[in-house]
Ligand binder design. Sequence first.
Ligand code: FEO
Ligand code: CA
Ligand code: CA
Ligand code: CA
Length: 588
Amino acid sequence: GPNRPHPAPRLTFRNVLPNNDDALTVPRGYEQHVIVRWGDPVLPGAPEFDIDNLTAEAQAQQFGYNCDYVGFHLLDDDHGLLWVNHEYTNERIMFAGYTGGADADPEQIRVTMAAHGGSLVEIERVGRSGQWKLSEGERAFNRRIHTSTPFVLSGPAAGHDLLKTEADPTGTEVLGMLNNCSGGMTPWGTFLSAEENFNQYFGNAPGTAETNRYGLGTGASSRRWDRVEERFDLSKHPNEANRFGYVVEIDPLDPESAPVKRTMLGRFKHEAANTILAADDRVVVYLGDDERFDYMYKFVSDGQYVEGSRRHNMTLLDSGTLYVAKLSGNSPAEEIDGSGALPSDGEFDGTGEWIALCNATESFVDGFSVAEVLVYTRLAADAAGATKMDRPEDFEPSPVTGKVYCALTNNSAREPGQADEPNPRGPNRYGHILEIVEDGEDNAATTFGWNVPLVCGDPENDDTYYAGFDKSKVMPISAPDNLAFDKHGNLWISTDGQPGSLDTADALHVMPVEGRFRGELKTFATVPHRAEACGPFITEDNKTVFIAPQHPGDDGTFESPTSTWPDGDFPRPSVACIWHKAGRDVGQ
Ligand code: FEO
Ligand code: CA
Ligand code: CA
Ligand code: CA
């Protein structure tokens, strides 16, 4: 369970001011260093990067494209393993003259397939500082996972007819993971990586209720991966798309192990997967489905976590109960008018329940088998009457308090009349943060209280709320996306969409959520032109922030780049670290 709360020192660093610089900007007294870039060698013997001669064979050994989730496993005081998701590719800035998948050289398509997935790289501390760099040692754990890597499907839906294909009549093996956005770590030291917008890789869907609900298009895909692998054509291989959209578990300490898609955690546009132990040591995983009007989920394992029993713990995500959230406000509906004005009780807040969809052997949704709940989770949650949210992105429990936070990034399609207390603005241009307090301080509880501590935007505007903190002393924020906690339980919030909504670079913000400075949101870093601020990960010693500026210069082309970060020539999605020059804790 959660540790005892202890008073957090006030965040004393000087804000990075809003800007549109093509740079990773950090507070006064801090430094930053780019650790690893797209194309850097990952596997021993990998070729050096050559942007004018990209090959799939080289890319499969080199660091992939657009970095989102960053996880970190400490090996010893001075060495660690960095896991990075490679969510997707920007072909127009990778290749000269790229006009679309229909015309692309098939080798270009193969390069992009190899640039997806994830990388595991060994890094080492520089001196005694909070700076880290690529390790020059043996790098025995280094690993590239991409679209040709074999994965195992496990859990109750594995082997079901819905998952069988011509290439895999067992329904238990699949090549690759797609569009892995954010993720999380388990208490037993594995990484969870979330397949998000997997629909965009497939073409020629049959247009059924099931394929439509997942956004699978009936026409050709833009990337046209089906030109090099027929399985991406759903008219020929209709079940292939059912094998994507899962949470993937990756064991960083076993380079030979196949990553595992955990069907028990459901299939949707998984944003992330963050775990905490319940009062009785069962494992709880919080899961967001990032789509306008989609849902928040959680999984509670049947078995209990056993310290030191890695083999046992690696079975925990295959059996348990999958729930979806239903929220009720406590203010009269007529007081929620979509403007963001607070209701008369002074807070957007209320109660909620976790509706069980299924466990490993029994479905609780009429008309759905267990496998159907797990493969068509969105439709099962529709039937269960879950609350339609404003794009649930990262959904993460505080390791200090056990309270849970969900980033609702925005929802341009919510009409004023569709506003409700948990989604109080229509349209919701700037997003908000939801705080959940599980009943009995037990993360396995089936009922909870909730409130909205942060309604994002320009604090000078009336429709924003910073947990009641003095808004003349806080920073603007829009489009909250990835979340993380430092050791004091401060909530770190990275954004994806400030350029379009606030006309400033995306940023990494941090906000206390306990004590008298709750709501005092500050800006710790801003990222290069058109990048979103991914990661973040704060090390356990609180000396380092890892950050992944994703898709710098994504409005440019190979011929006319709009970002030159990080090397001064063309954009290269990369992971950097930020640390205090004098060795203070980050945020101080
Ligand atoms: Fe890949 Fe929901 O962000
Ligand atoms: Ca209220
Ligand atoms: Ca995201
Ligand atoms: Ca996170």
